[in-house]
Design a protein around this ligand. Structure first.
Ligand code: ATR
Length: 284
């Protein structure tokens, strides 16, 4: 049983801002990890409306908050209030972690390294440097995955999306900014089966994976055994795509690891200490 954290004059504050914020699982995950590490920190959810964002950030700075996670709808807007920003966050165009130090506010995006750490954590997988990969979806989560894979050194990325214009503009933008060859295509494009056939990694970022009754966006017949299928959706833990891939004999990975590691990387930035990721995973 977890004992109640005793707040003291030394307790340091971190937290998350969002609108809404009640659904966030980050408080339970981080507070469990602080307790495990014996750190006098508390992680608090803050409901901040878009019109209050500037005042909230200034307030955090004034009261010496150590760090803040940023969730919807503030991930882009918050960039206007920062002193500096990481390359990943700049490329993704979204910030999910703020660090307040010496009057400066630094913005980072830990989703990108979180994707890679989740892959590396599984002993049967690794980041496919020099290989071709496919990413399904072209929304906010896709941007983080594409940036992570491009900066890690994959050979090429095919982005496939229902709305083809979003896939092609994301591919064009990211190829230009990272020098990694990319193509953006529709889900019904005849090039998709071949691209999946040749890829060692297929990452799904489309939100349809949350709905167990939604038909798969691709045919499972296009998957080869060598292809790792990584679905960053974490509810359900085994998505229909992962299930179909398992049946084909592919190795699969769900989204909990990314959720844990994006949090663990933020924890480390704020405290200088690596958290127990198993504690974080259990808290979720
Ligand atoms: P997130 O931040 O989780 O990425 P998002 O930015 O809303 O969420 O992106 C959702 C992704 O799921 C998009 O790629 C979206 O495709 P569109 O760009 O065509 O909208 C994809 N998606 C959502 N519903 C879908 C559906 N019914 N069929 C196919 N793709 C879908």
């Amino acid at each position: 049983m977890q004992t109640q954290h005793k707040l003291t004059g030394h307790t340091r504050i971190v937290g998350v801002i969002g609108d809404p914020v009640e659904h966030s699982r980050s408080p339970q995950m981080h507070n469990a990890a602080f307790a495990k590490a014996g750190l006098d920190y508390v992680y608090v959810p803050f409901h901040v409306r878009p019109s209050d964002l500037a005042e909230a950030i200034a307030g955090f700075k004034a009261i010496n908050v150590v760090g803040i996670n940023v969730t919807l709808p503030h991930k882009q807007a918050v960039i206007g209030f920062l002193t500096s920003i990481s390359r990943e966050a700049e490329l993704i165009g979204a910030v999910n972690t703020l660090s307040f130090t010496d009057g400066e506010i630094y913005g980072d995006n830990t989703d990108a390294p979180g994707v890679l750490r989740a892959l590396e954590e599984d002993g049967n997988m690794s980041v496919p440097v020099g290989e071709d990969v496919v990413v399904l979806g072209a929304g906010g989560a896709s941007r983080a995955v594409v940036v992570a894979l491009a900066l890690a050194g994959v050979a090429s990325i095919t982005i496939a999306n229902r709305t083809v214009e979003k896939a092609s503009s994301l591919a064009e933008e990211m190829a230009r900014k990272t020098d990694v060859p990319m193509q953006g295509i529709g889900l019904t494009d005849s090039r998709l089966p071949d691209a999946i056939h040749q890829s060692v990694l297929l990452v799904n970022t489309a939100t349809t994976s949350m709905d167990v009754n939604h038909p798969l966006l691709i045919s499972a017949d296009w998957l080869q055994q060598k292809t790792i299928v990584y679905d960053i959706v974490y509810t359900p833990p085994v998505t229909p795509l992962m299930h179909a891939a398992n049946v084909r004999g592919c190795r699969t990975l769900g989204g909990i690891g990314m959720l844990v590691h994006q949090g663990a990387i933020a924890f480390e930035k704020w405290t200088g200490v690596a958290p127990c990721t198993e504690t974080m995973r259990q808290a979720l």
